[in-house]
Design a protein around this ligand. Structure first.
Ligand code: ATP
Length: 219
């Protein structure tokens, strides 16, 4: 198991479980501990499924004002392919004909700077990190039930019906994986937001005792 110092936190959970809600609050409450920019390297958020905002490498051209190594590492398609071959990426994806990836090295750099790094990833991301040398702590954010998850996905009004169905289907696999022994260090059921948030803060910033909390949800 990873060392007791929680420098790398891998946060996962079904889409709509409340990861962004919890993280936004965490960054607001601890502005000096967490930040967004790659250059500050305070925290690295990897949104595997949702967007490409926090990837570290891209093949797209820099926009005016963007600097290589600050917003992204801007690389050619050939370089990107080479990095894939070298297994440099935790994850990579294509958006609008441009490729984006998050490198293991970027995470390592955060840790070397003695700062915390949160990786907000999907199940494949969790497995990929587990297969790497990164010493991470794994947090699973669970909804109280599939029914509530569906209500939340509908309630936020950001997803099409097709997208909601895909997310619910994916959620089943993610929840099944979360039940495997040792898949995560802590499962936080995001029913009452205050309570879930307290547990998250305590796990990330509190004492290093390993907690494995049993689910009391109807999942
Ligand atoms: N404890 C809670 N009680 C009620 N509603 C909640 C709670 N936590 C989050 N929500 C709401 O549920 C919806 C989904 O939350 P959020 O977008 O944070 O999920 P997510 O896990 O980040 O999803 P994704 O992976 O798709 O980004 C939002 O509308 C949010 O306001």
């Amino acid at each position: 198991m990873a060392s007791s110092l929680k420098n790398i936190i891998v946060l996962s959970g079904p889409s709509g479980a409340g990861k962004s809600t919890l993280l936004k609050r965490l960054f607001k409450d601890y502005p000096d501990t967490f930040g967004f920019s790659i250059s500050r390297k305070c925290i690295l958020i990897v949104r595997f499924l949702m967007d490409n905002l926090y990837k570290t490498h891209t093949t797209r051209a820099p926009r005016p004002g963007e600097q290589d190594g600050r917003e992204y590492h801007f690389v050619s398609n050939e370089n990107f392919e080479q990095l894939i071959k070298e297994n440099a990426f935790i994850e990579h994806a294509k958006f609008s004909n441009n490729r984006y990836g998050t490198s293991f090295k970027a995470v390592g750099d955060v840790v070397k700077s003695n700062l915390k790094c949160i990786l907000d990833v999907d199940m494949q991301g969790v497995k990929s990190i587990k297969n790497s040398d990164l010493k991470a702590h794994y947090v699973f954010i669970a909804p109280p039930s599939i029914k509530v998850l569906e209500e939340r996905l509908r309630g936020r009004q950001t997803d099409s019906e097709e997208s909601i169905q895909t997310r619910l289907k994916t959620a089943e696999a993610e929840i099944a994986y979360s039940k495997e022994p040792s898949a995560h260090d802590i499962i936080i059921i995001n029913d009452n937001l205050e309570e879930a948030y307290k547990k998250l803060v305590n796990f990330i910033l509190g004492d290093s005792k390993k907690e494995t909390q049993q689910t009391t949800s109807s999942l």
